[in-house]
Design a protein around this ligand. Structure first.
Ligand SMILES: *Cc1c(COP(=O)(O)O)cnc(C)c1O
Length: 395
């Protein structure tokens, strides 16, 4: 007989990486609610409330708004597999790793992907999109990543929606690392398709990808020559389960929907504006702290997001070693550098429930201790003091 011992479970950690973020305690509690059938009218009421709350977070009146079963990348596939047919042209703004993933998926749809890329840490100017659209007038979709998690930039979206619409294309936004943490008024910005993920600014576990689609986009999808190549992510069929009829498609991940509904209720109680300013103040304090420690950020400061911060490590310091020390010695999760910043930077996410004053002070003091132990000289407590000044101004 095997010896059964009580498993204490995974160690609780402070999740300050580029996702997942810490889960709100009320969300964990909601997940222990009894599982109902996905065809139970009592569950349908929960679905309806979830969809209404999602429309508020996306700041949209789009009918087709629902959570895709799967992580953020499933939202990306749902957006692209429904919008694109073989031979279609898509313009993709590539400012880092996730823009490249959009290109990869678009090519798997047998679409022609045209890259408009920026240096890592920079964003794409609206003029470059207009130029590309003039050069490729048959473009069907223009895709951009709002917060590019690999560098921490926030792509400005003003003006671009109008340009895209004037060229009769669809405007597609990846908001996996921004929805709920940064202002993203989908309707006002003229965004046609927008998707996100449950585990970043929405304080849920990974497993759902909220998506919304404008009427214009729905018409285009409806008039496809062939149905979407993905049956599971076919939005017209998902619409028939979630919105227009209660027609069975696939078994909804019931407990995750309880989780999402609870997290959206928490966000509604806080208020979107308050959530944005909380994310902003905590990110400002973190950045004031790391700059005071003599460190630099990856992103150009004019386009720095409030959700993910890429921080360069001093020359000669192995960033992955810093990351592992934060994790092992302080139980603080951060992300590693990607692309040109691999081994040279760490990424600190302050998203959803993880965006808290106490977490900012904890990670700054832990980072100071780790770097000091690695022989980096820095003025004692400079980071915490600088962050504290920001908090004292704000609260
Ligand atoms: C995290 C992330 C994704 C991928 O989401 P998964 O949940 O890992 O599938 C896509 N885009 C952006 C901008 C992200 O930050």
């Amino acid at each position: 007989m095997t010896n059964i011992t009580v498993d204490p479970g995974p160690t609780p950690k402070t999740l300050l990486g580029p996702g997942p973020s810490n889960v709100h305690p009320r969300v964990y509690k909601a997940m222990t609610s009894p599982v109902l059938s996905h065809m139970d009218p009592e569950f349908w009421d929960i679905m309806d409330e979830t969809v209404d709350l999602l429309r508020e977070v996306f700041q949209t009146s789009n009918g087709l708004t629902l959570p895709i079963s799967g992580t953020g990348s499933a939202g990306m596939e749902a957006a692209l597999y429904n919008a694109l047919e073989p031979g279609d042209t898509i313009l993709v703004g590539v400012t880092g790793f996730f823009g490249s993933r959009i290109v990869d998926i678009a090519e798997r749809c047998d679409a022609k992907a045209i890259n408009i890329s920026s240096d890592w840490g920079e964003t794409i100017e609206p003029e470059r999109i207009e130029e590309a659209l003039n050069k490729h007038p048959d473009t069907k979709v223009v895709a951009l990543v709002h917060c590019e998690t690999s560098t921490g930039i926030l792509q400005p979206l003003e003006e671009i929606g109008e340009i895209v619409r004037a060229h009769d294309a669809l405007f597609l936004i990846d908001a996996v690392a921004s929805l709920g943490g940064q202002d993203l008024p989908v309707d006002r910005l003229g965004i046609d398709i927008c998707y996100s993920g449950s585990q970043k600014c929405l304080s849920c576990p990974p497993g759902l990808a909220p998506i919304t689609m404008s009427q214009r986009a729905i018409e285009i999808v409806k008039n496809r020559t062939n149905p979407s190549r993905s049956w599971y992510l076919d939005l017209s069929m998902l619409d028939e389960y979630w919105i227009s009829a209660r027609k069975y498609h696939h078994t909804a991940p019931v407990s995750m929907i309880y989780a999402l509904r609870e997290s959206l209720r928490i966000l509604a109680e806080e208020g979107l504006e308050h959530s944005f300013s909380r994310h902003h103040t905590n990110a400002e304090a973190l950045r004031a702290g790391v700059l005071a420690m003599g460190l630099d950020l990856i992103a150009n400061d004019k386009v720095q997001s409030d959700t993910v911060n890429g921080i360069r490590m001093p020359d000669g310091v192995d960033a992955d070693q810093v990351r592992m020390a934060l994790l092992n010695d302080y139980k603080i999760e951060t992300g590693g550098g990607m692309g040109p910043f691999k081994g040279k930077a760490i990424r600190i996410g302050l998203m959803g429930y993880s965006s808290q004053q106490a977490n900012v002070l904890a990670v700054l003091s832990a980072l100071e201790a780790v770097l000091t132990n690695l022989g980096v000289e820095m003025p004692g407590s400079a980071g915490v003091s600088a962050a504290n000044l920001v908090f004292n101004e704000q609260y």
